[in-house]
Design a protein around this ligand. Structure first.
Ligand SMILES: Nc1ncnc2c1ncn2[C@@H]1O[C@H](COP(=O)(O)OP(=O)(O)OP(=O)(O)O)[C@@H](O)[C@H]1O
Length: 351
């Protein structure tokens, strides 16, 4: 069980949050339990990622944090203030999934507009716009119509608008969705700079690769519950090995001899490929096989056995669990068991 560092400043603190939507349909009144006892926290300077399949409850959780939707039970606070209170709202910036900026705006006039909405003074709007246009790399394009912007530029402008009132927490809904690799990289770089400057970022994304690159911690949600939460290396148990593939070779033997030798050494070996004679003349016979190993020490001892049997190790591929595999496992488990028991990394201690 993980202990939280008491020195860390909690920014987002969610405890036993539930949300039931009451909806009317042709079948009468229905209740949708969008959140069913969600607890999580994000600390200052963290980039926290929320992952989950459609309908998991991510947007509902974000809406509660922003004070747009009220929870049914439980608590959500930002900087120790109830989510939705004006004290909490003042410290949050939000980039929605599809920000709409009127096409007649330039980056500069759009920021002026958002600054006025935040009741900033003219001088502050000017100063802040300069800083932010620099930060998001739009300083040279600040007077062009946003009509000419690429999606990546548009999204960077979105980040700048969310930062106008200098919030300490940024909530980003699918910040890199629909961007090409260059656009994603640009947005990622801005997020990195913000993290370095001490901002906390809470983002919702379904692009696992992206989350892996950006986030320091993630929570995986399914059916309104958290099924796993922790650092990516904890969740993927980065020391945990999924599959090990070997290629070994022996000179001047037949494939049958090599197979027999392998069978003696590793009865559990699954031979993947028939032998490929090398050197044209078939003097070296190589064979590929998989072993069901799950730890580095098992790999080490398999390598020792291969060497002491006089075999030459040609290739060794150790495949570890990816975030996608972790995600799929966590979601499947969460959906089948209603996520009553979160994975071990989920059992973080709340103070
Ligand atoms: N206003 C609403 N009224 C009734 N049901 C709702 C409402 N908003 C969301 N829901 C339901 O609550 C559940 C969670 O929805 P939510 O939008 O929070 O999920 P999500 O993880 O954000 O999904 P997606 O990735 O598709 O946006 C879904 O079953 C959804 O249909």
């Amino acid at each position: 069980m993980q202990k939280r560092d008491p020195q860390r400043q909690s920014v987002v603190d969610v405890r036993n949050l539930t949300k039931a939507y009451h909806a009317r349909s042709l079948r009468g009144r229905t209740v949708v339990e969008a959140l069913r006892g969600v607890s999580l926290h994000a600390d200052r300077g963290e980039v926290f990622g929320l992952l989950g399949p459609n309908g998991a409850g991510k947007t509902t959780l974000i809406k509660i944090l922003l004070g747009v939707v009220r929870s049914t039970t439980g608590s959500a606070s930002l900087f120790g203030q109830p989510a939705g209170s004006s004290a909490a709202r003042m410290r949050v910036g939000y980039l929605p999934e599809s920000l709409r900026v009127d096409r007649h705006h330039s980056a500069r006039t759009a920021l002026r507009y958002y600054g006025r909405m935040s009741r900033m003074s003219r001088a502050d709007i000017l100063r802040r716009s300069d800083e932010l246009l620099e930060l998001v790399g739009l300083r040279d394009r600040d007077r062009e119509s946003v009509r000419q912007f690429s999606k990546g530029m548009y999204q960077r402008l979105g980040l700048a608008q969310a930062l106008m009132h200098d919030p300490d927490l940024l909530v980003l809904d699918e910040p890199t969705d629909g961007l090409d690799p260059v656009g994603r990289n640009e947005v990622r770089m801005v997020i990195d700079r913000l993290r370095e400057s001490g901002k906390t970022i809470f983002l919702n994304s379904h692009i696992l690769q992206e989350v892996e690159l950006i986030c320091s911690r993630v929570a995986i949600m399914a059916k309104g519950k958290i099924c796993a939460v922790g650092r990516i290396d904890e969740l993927t148990q980065s020391d945990r090995i999924e599959e090990v593939q070997f290629q070994v070779a022996l000179p001047m033997v037949s494939i049958d001899i090599l197979r027999a030798k392998l069978g003696e050494l590793f009865p559990a070996a699954v031979v993947a490929e028939p032998s490929q004679p090398e050197n044209g003349g078939g003097e070296i016979i190589a064979i590929e096989f998989h072993l069901p190993l799950s730890s580095q020490s098992e790999v080490d001892s398999a390598v020792d056995r291969i060497r002491s049997a006089g075999l030459s190790l040609r290739r060794l591929v150790v495949r570890r669990q990816t975030l996608e595999e972790t995600f799929m496992k966590a979601v499947r488990l969460g959906e089948s068991s209603n996520a009553e028991t979160p994975s071990h990394a989920a059992q973080e201690v709340l103070p």
